[in-house]
Write a protein that binds this ligand. Structure first.
Ligand code: HEC
Length: 190
């Protein structure tokens, strides 16, 4: 009798350890804002720019003659991936910037911003951030459509405007203290 109990106990301990591990894994599985920004939005937006760089026309936009079927297909796929990342952010209930111990780009450099500063800004107006993300998702939805239709006249201006869509949110939520300065420079260069 005693012997079986002894055998059962380690098995129970193991079970408890496993379910604890599962809980931990579940907590970790929830991606942070930073995870989605880096691994979904930025990564795939870089691919969108890579997909189209070789086909930029003489006056900007996209030269349809330089876009092959494969390039259109890849553009639509990569734009879909950005769209999905943006949607994920737009649907975040509680927006957590980083996991404990992580840092974000430029956090340590003069003029840079810490994750805690970014978090404080988001906490003040989380819906504004979701709206920016929804705007990016909608823009990418249009690019997916244009890509599937091989429509360079529609896709070109969207790709040209993409940087501004990213920057709009960065100026509100990443380095808002630089917004006035950046807007002044843009105005002066118009
Ligand atoms: C909804 C708002 C929002 C949109 C839209 C957005 N960003 Fe961000 N992004 C942020 C915030 C806030 C940070 C700072 C927190 C961080 O670094 O994770 C950031 C950080 C970054 C970083 C630095 C990541 C790091 O290592 O810390 C890169 C690169 C970046 N964004 C690229 C982009 C690109 C490219 C786009 C457009 C395709 C884009 N972002 C659109 C809000 C946004």
């Amino acid at each position: 009798m005693k012997k079986t109990l002894l055998l059962v106990l380690p098995a129970l301990a193991l079970l408890a350890a496993c379910s604890h591990k599962n809980e931990q894994q579940q907590a970790q599985a929830e991606p942070t804002f930073h995870d989605v920004m880096k691994d979904q939005v930025d990564k795939h937006a870089d691919e969108v720019w890579d997909d189209t760089n070789a086909a930029v026309g003489d006056k900007g936009g996209l030269d349809p003659a330089k876009m092959t079927d494969d390039m259109w297909k890849k553009l639509a796929e990569d734009a879909t991936a950005v769209q999905e990342g943006a949607q994920q952010i737009a649907q975040m209930d509680k927006i957590v910037v980083i996991k404990p111990g992580e840092t974000i780009a430029d956090a340590g450099v003069p003029g840079g911003h810490s994750a805690a500063e970014v978090q404080a800004g988001i906490d003040k107006n989380p819906q504004g951030l979701r709206d920016h993300a929804a705007n990016l998702a909608a823009t990418m939805g249009d690019l997916v459509k244009a890509g599937n239709a091989h429509d360079a006249a529609k896709a070109g201006p969207i790709v040209d405007s993409l940087d501004g869509v990213c920057e709009g949110c960065h100026l509100d939520y990443w380095y808002p203290d630089q917004k006035a300065l950046v807007e002044k420079i843009i105005k002066e260069n118009k």
